[in-house]
Every structure is written in structure tokens, then in C-alpha cells.
Design a binder for this molecule. Structure first.
Ligand SMILES: [Cu+2]
Length: 600
């Protein structure tokens, strides 16, 4: 909505600043906020619609599921949420800006900081009055600056304006918010302002967008006055983070979501047979005019050395097998984990951790009553700091080994975020059992493996991958899924375009391309095994050559369901290179195979 349509042409006068870069920044900020809000609501609704089956919750060896109990969101509730969100931001800004600068003008021809705030607050009554069945305010009704003796009085006015509007929305309710009123602005048709009808909800949304524009403009006032706008400041939360228990450490990580192309079989070979891809294996690996092949655009968590996010932290050789997974996040019970996250991708993402303890803004999950920032969702180009406490319950229970594994993953549009690749391991070590780096003292080597049939059909980047790889993208039948192998026999691994996008992989590697986990005979080795994803993701990880101990039982295989995590200890006694794969036929055939190596 162009602000120019409301009494004062702030958009137009705004361009008189002379710095078009700043103008763009401020303006886009408002629009982007509105767009993102819409996005979140949509994605949130979709998430619930997908239902409980696809909603991965905590699972540490047991598969208990908790069902979210948020009430359904009505039309008025959605509006009031956005209304309060932009109101809160403007009030916060009004309180934050120094009183001595309230009459600061970003340029001589524009209004002052205070006047713009008054303008945003006064404009709200175009909605509030109409919602209450009153006449719209007169053009001259905007209170003069001189009416406000001090900053406190002006802040109170802004606060009251949004509170009045919120009560009016609530009073109208889900039905009343759809009432038609005479549009004071003629949003779609300014020539006929005061003649056409508009739904109250749409009028409210126009004013929310208007307030967002003012907010964007005021961020420019900050810049011009040589100050950093509130939203651009680093979170204090990180500086204030304290160890969860006395004597604990703060463990700091810098993660970014990065979009890059991922090769499921970088050697170009079926390493299980040592040969070129042939026959059935070509379904998932061969790039043709109508098949994507083995290289897909993904979004991955990558670790950086500091908050400049310029130098990616080199992954040590012993952790190269992590593949698509994000970095291993570690802590000892009693520590606090601080993850600084910057979103380098083109979509809003988050980090949602399992097991550890957090406030909502460190949960990385949308709810009906939280803002983007309050939920830990991060728009493209933006940053957020997550603080996770590590109490006893996040670590090993009495019968667990000295460390347990959890997952973290993006949880904005959860299934699509994870299929896109935003997932990583987190290991918590028992108090008193950790080395300085957090690893368990009684273990010589650890490996983390995610058994997952990554469904590239569900990834956010499917269309990108089609456009980038398929000769005639319009010809693609995205539903092409045939339960048949290349010889015409019934086979659940299937063939066809959609089947070819199911990547049965370990850490994003197929057909033996997993960098080989390597250990020495007699070492105490710990395997952290995880799964995630859709309903085909029940797996039976199997080690040839040696056995593991899981829940005090010897085995060389166990079963694991989506979003479960298992710690399996091994003391290898057989030297050699051994298969490590899922034992389910279709999964093996589809590529879920790797090898590990035991040196003398
Ligand atoms: Cu499997």
C-alpha cells in the first residue's frame, strides 16, 4: 500500500533523502516483513495440515510423540497478530530512539522522527474508527508535534493507537472483520477514494503495511543519524548467556544456511562393486535429458570461524563422512550452547534442536502467536542467535552410554527444509565425562550417520533442479512413479521421474560413496545413528565384520524409525573393509550402502 494515499505523502517526500540505497533498504524492509508474515502463516498452516504423521518430535530410542495443541487460527486472530507485531516494533523503536533526536530530520525537506511516528499512529484510526462504526478521522486530525510534551507522551500515544486498533479487531471477531466499509483511501482506485467498499480485514492489512513502511523509513533515520537500527543489532542474548549449571562452559558456533549443489555419488562410480553405474543403479544416478541425476541444489548448514561468516571452518578428516549434515554441535551437561546463525539462502530458515532446553525464540519453530524473530525464524540475509541450555535431561540417562545424540534441523516448513538438507547432529556428553572439546573421555572415535531416503520431490529446490537439469522442464511429469524395475518386475524401489528423486543415502552419499569411517582394532568406537524424513524411512543399519552394543545387547543390526537417534558402541576385533548398509532390500538397491574400515 502506498503511504502516499494516506494524508501525507511520506513515500514521495522520502525519496528526497538523496540516498536511494538507504531508501530502498528502508522500503523493502517493510514490504519484506509483510511478505514474510504471509509466508509464515501459510507455511505454518501447511505444517499443521500435513498432520501429526509427518511431524517429527523427540525420539531418543523410544518413539514417544507429542501432538501440538495450538487452537485453529481465526481470521481476526491472524490480523490482530500482525497488527500487534508491527505495533510492538514501532513502540520498541519509539522507546529506543534518543529523546534528544526526536526532532531529527533525515533531510531538511522531510518530517522529523517524531512526526513520522505520530503519522503512523494517527493513520491507524482510519481503521479503528471505521471498525467501531464511527466516521474516519478528518485529514486534519493528525495531532501536531507540539501536543506531545516529551518522548513518554508520544510513546504512550503510539502504544494506545495500536492497542485501540487491536481491541477493535477483537471486538469485530472472525465474522465482523469481513464486514464491508467505505474505503477512505481507494487503495486499488485512488480516484474514487471514499466511494468504493473494502473489507475491514483488508483495510487493517493496508494499515499494517503502512506502519511497516514507516518502520522502514525510521530505520533510515537511524542510519542517517549514525546509529544502528534495533533489528540490525547483534542480540544481547548471546552476551548474557550463562552456563546451565555452575562450572559449565559456553560453547559457541557460527552456522549459516548455504545453498549449493550436492553430488550424491561424487566418485561417479558404484563403489560397492567398483564399477560404473549400470542397470538399476542408473535410475538414481544418471543425468539424462529428462532425469536430474545425482547432483541437486540443496540448502546445508555449514560452520564458519566467526561472525563475519567469511571463512568456512574446515571439516577435519575424521568428520568428512558427515557429508550433507551440518557440523557436529557438542556440549557437556551443564554447558550452554550458543549458535549464531546467518541465513545465506533464498528462503526463511531456522534451527530447531532436539533434547536441549530453550525459550521460544531459540526453538526455531513457528506458532500462531509468535513473530518471525520470536520464533527464531530467519529471513534471507538475516541473523539470529539461538541459546540452548543443557540440563541433565538433555544428556545421558543412567542406563545410557557416556554420550547421546540428538538432531537439529530447520523447522520453518519442516519437511521441505529437511529434505532440502538442513539437518545436523548434536552430541551431549555426561557431566564429568567430557574432554575439553566435549567428546566423551571413554571413547576413542565417534561417527555420526543419518540413514535417510532424501525425497528430492519434497525439497524446496525441486523446481530449481528441474529447470537447471531437464532439457524441457515443462515436459516433466512430477508424478511419474512406477513400481517396476528396469526389467519390468514389480519393485518398490521403483523407477520413473519421481522415483529417481528418492535418494536412499547415508549422510547424503549413495552406492558406497560415503567417505569411509576408519578406526583401529580394539578401539572404543561410538556410532551415532539417526533417521529423518517420510514414511519410507524405517531402516535397519547393518555392520558387516563386527558387532555393536545397543541397549546392552550385542547385535550387528537394529531398527530405527524417522526422527529417532541411537547410540551404538563397537569394539572392532576384525580388521578389514566392511559393508555398512541398510538391510531393507529396496533401500540397499536404491543406494543406501557404504563401507567402514578397521585398521590393525
Ligand atoms: Cu533403510
Amino acid at each position: 500500500m502506498a503511504c502516499a494515499l494516506i494524508s501525507q505523502p511520506c513515500s514521495r517526500s522520502f525519496t528526497l533523502f538523496g540516498d536511494s540505497r538507504l531508501v530502498t533498504e528502508g522500503h523493502d524492509a517493510g514490504k519484506q516483513t509483510a511478505m514474510l508474515m504471509k509466508n509464515i502463516r501459510f507455511e505454518c498452516a501447511l505444517l499443521f495440515a500435513i498432520g501429526m504423521m509427518a511431524f517429527p518430535m523427540r525420539a531418543q530410542q523410544t518413539a514417544k510423540k507429542t501432538i501440538p495443541t495450538n487452537p485453529p487460527t481465526g481470521a481476526s486472530e491472524a490480523v490482530v497478530r500482525q497488527w500487534n507485531e508491527i505495533g510492538r516494533k514501532l513502540v520498541d523503536m519509539a522507546e529506543d530512539f534518543p529523546e534528544s533526536k526526536y526532532d531529527f530530520q533525515a533531510s531538511t525537506s522531510t518530517k522529523t522522527f517524531a512526526e513520522r511516528l505520530i503519522h503512523a499512529a494517527a493513520s491507524n484510526y482510519y481503521f479503528t474508527n471505521l471498525a467501531l462504526g464511527q466516521k474516519p478521522p478528518a485529514e486534519t486530525a493528525e495531532p501536531p508535534r507540539s501536543q506531545f510534551k516529551n518522548k513518554a507522551a508520544l510513546v504512550a500515544y503510539v502504544r494506545k493507537s495500536f492497542a485501540d486498533g487491536a481491541s477493535a479487531i477483537k471486538a469485530k471477531g472472525d465474522r465482523g472483520i469481513l464486514d464491508l466499509v467505505t474505503d477512505p483511501f481507494g487503495f486499488d482506485d485512488p480516484q474514487h477514494a471514499g466511494e468504493t467498499k473494502i473489507r475491514l480485514r483488508d483495510l487493517a492489512e493496508n494499515l499494517i503495511e503502512h506502519a511497516g513502511e514507516v518502520y522502514g523509513q525510521l530505520t533510515v533515520y537511524y542510519r542517517v543519524a549514525g546509529m544502528i537500527p534495533p533489528e540490525a543489532r547483534p542480540k544481547k542474548v548471546a552476551e548474557e548467556a550463562k552456563p546451565t549449571l555452575p562450572g559449565g562452559k559456553i560453547r559457541t558456533y557460527y552456522l549459516a544456511a548455504v545453498e549449493s549443489d550436492w553430488d550424491y555419488a561424487p566418485s561417479g562410480m558404484d563403489m560397492m562393486t567398483g564399477s560404473e553405474f549400470h542397470g538399476q543403479t542408473k535410475i538414481w544416478t544418471e543425468h539424462t535429458k529428462d532425469r536430474i541425476g545425482k547432483v541437486y541444489r540443496k540448502a546445508l548448514f555449514r560452520e564458519y570461524t566467526d561472525d563475519t561468516y567469511t571463512t568456512e571452518k574446515k571439516r577435519p578428516k575424521e568428520w568428512e563422512h558427515l557429508g550433507i549434515l551440518g557440523p557436529l554441535i557438542r556440549a557437556e551437561v551443564g554447558d550452554t550452547i550458543v549458535v549464531h546463525f546467518q541465513n545465506h539462502a533464498t528462503r526463511p530458515y531456522s534451527i530447531h534442536p532436539h533434547g536441549v532446553s530453550y525459550e521460544r525464540d531459540s526453538e526455531g519453530t513457528p506458532y500462531p502467536d509468535t513473530s518471525m524473530d520470536g520464533a527464531g525464524l530467519v529471513a534471507p540475509g538475516k541473523s539470529h542467535t539461538f541459546v540452548w541450555n543443557v540440563p541433565e535431561r538433555a544428556g545421558p540417562a543412567e542406563d545410557d552410554e557416556s554420550s547421546v545424540v540428538w538432531l537439529y534441523h530447520s523447522h520453518n516448513w519442516e519437511p521441505r527444509d529437511v529434505e532440502a538438507g538442513l539437518i545436523g547432529p548434536m552430541v551431549i556428553t555426561r557431566r564429568g565425562m567430557a574432554r575439553p572439546d566435549g567428546s566423551p573421555k571413554d571413547v576413542d572415535r565417534e561417527f555420526a550417520t543419518l540413514f535417510m531416503i532424501i525425497d528430492e520431490n519434497t525439497s524446496h529446490y525441486l523446481q530449481h533442479n528441474i529447470d537447471a537439469n531437464i532439457q524441457d522442464p515443462k515436459s516433466v511429469n512430477k508424478l511419474d512413479m512406477v513400481l517396476m524395475d528396469l526389467e519390468g518386475n514389480l519393485n518398490l524401489a521403483g523407477s520413473g521421474f519421481a522415483a529417481a528423486n528418492y535418494k536412499a543415502s547415508i549422510n547424503g552419499y549413495m552406492f558406497g560413496n560415503l567417505p569411509m569411517p576408519t578406526m583401529k582394532r580394539g578401539e572404543h568406537v561410538r556410532w551415532y545413528v539417526m533417521t529423518m524424513g517420510g514414511e519410507a524411512n524405517f531402516h535397519t543399519p547393518h555392520w558387516h565384520g563386527n558387532v555393536v552394543t545397543v541397549d546392552r545387547h550385542h547385535t550387528d543390526i537394529f531398527s530405527i524409525l524417522p526422527a529417532q537417534f541411537v547410540t551404538a558402541d563397537m569394539i572392532p576385533d576384525r580388521v578389514g573393509t566392511w559393508m555398512f548398509h541398510c538391510h531393507i532390500d529396496e533401500h540397499m538397491e536404491g543406494g543406501m550402502m557404504g563401507m567402514y574400515q578397521v585398521l590393525p
